[in-house]
Design a protein around this ligand. Structure first.
Ligand SMILES: [Zn+2]
Length: 89
């Protein structure tokens, strides 16, 4: 999946999506906002995905949205689970 392939490419500091301050590593598994009163936190996996998607968007917005549309079309083309069960019955 193209979205997941983007994950390895990012580096650097990311702003809190809620208030804009820097996110800091709170433990090996979690990141949290550095602002004292902001409750925002996310897992390391979510932080990596957020960073990769932010960097891809800033580098080339048109290519980013092209990737998003491809992913959307791929997901929409999947056969719904309830239809798979009807086919087997
Ligand atoms: Zn924040």
């Amino acid at each position: 999946m193209a979205v997941l392939q983007l994950r390895e490419q990012h580096a650097g500091y990311l702003p809190c999506p809620y208030c804009g301050r820097d996110l800091v590593g709170a433990s090996p598994d979690w990141w949290r906002c550095s602002a004292e009163r902001c409750p925002y936190e996310l897992t390391t996996d979510a932080h990596s995905l957020y960073g990769a998607l932010s960097e891809a968007f800033e580098k080339d917005p048109a290519a980013f949205f092209s990737t998003v549309r491809r992913y959307r079309d791929e997901v929409r083309a999947l056969e719904p689970a309830w239809q798979k069960q009807e086919a087997r019955a």
